[in-house]
Design a binder for this molecule. Sequence first.
Ligand code: NAP
Length: 281
Amino acid sequence: MEYLFHRGEKIPLIGFGTYRLGSSARSDETETLCYGIEEYGMTLIDTAEMYGNGISETILNGIISRYDRRSLFIVDKILPSNAEKGSYTECCKRSLERLGTDCIDLYLLHWKADVVLQDMVCNMEKLVESGMIRHWGVSNFDTHEMKELFACDKGPNCFCDQILYNLDERGAEYDLIPWCIEHDVLTMAYSPLCNSSSSRIAVTGDETVIKIAENEQKTPESLMLSFVIKDHKTVTVFKTSSILHLKNNMKNVFVPFGKDDLLELEKRYPPPTEKRPLNKI
Ligand SMILES: NC(=O)c1ccc[n+]([C@@H]2O[C@H](COP(=O)([O-])OP(=O)(O)OC[C@H]3O[C@@H](n4cnc5c(N)ncnc54)[C@H](OP(=O)(O)O)[C@@H]3O)[C@@H](O)[C@H]2O)c1
């Protein structure tokens, strides 16, 4: 594994997502996560109270309990509907119980909706003070929302913005990722493999992607992951329930791109030239 250091934490560049964990017919889902932790050092694990209505957190309980808790970095999220009701302590407590741990490493507001940001910051800070969480952050916040957050008292304590970002969805590069870097906010890319099979296959089946992946001795999927983390300034979480897919996705993932291949890839999937609103899944 390769890491970046952020506000005193050593964060793996690549971790696991757990959206729809438990919904696969495959039996090797838990083994896949354990394999990733043990063989690749994928100790960054992302979940949310929303995923399967707590099922993802409950399945993770059985995985977390196998390891030294301090070796894992667990990200969890509160729903805006619960944040709007001010139920931070109750929700966090329920998530901790389902996870079977006494502290979440990073707790995010899942998306902004109508949440009053100053209230959110105060509640998140209280959770930090109580020891229930170590850091707090947000998800799906575009640049103007980050600026609004930073205008709040203690808003700059925001550790992370988790956003949709992949080779085919590069809008965040225009101003959001640079803003986050400038303000010491970690960007965590979700859906680095484009999430749905049709949009993923559009990329992994692309002639240029296949050719460059071959040149670079990567697979199309590991090329997609390599692209997102290539500057060591963004970390990412992807989901798989298959050890075969996991091995395929990690093939030469940390080997830097050759200059010509990267240029050709950027030509095929160009960076944004103007502001685009941040998309969400
Ligand atoms: N904050 C937010 O609002 C938000 C939104 C979306 C996601 N997330 C987080 O980000 C994580 C990752 O995003 P995601 O799950 O949406 O999408 P993703 O990681 O881009 O793609 C996951 C999908 O790709 C498939 N896949 C993975 N490797 C494959 C391979 N080698 N060949 C074929 N298919 C492959 C997986 O199926 P298999 O299981 O069959 O491999 C799964 O269906 C989520 O799990 C979640 O934790 C956060």
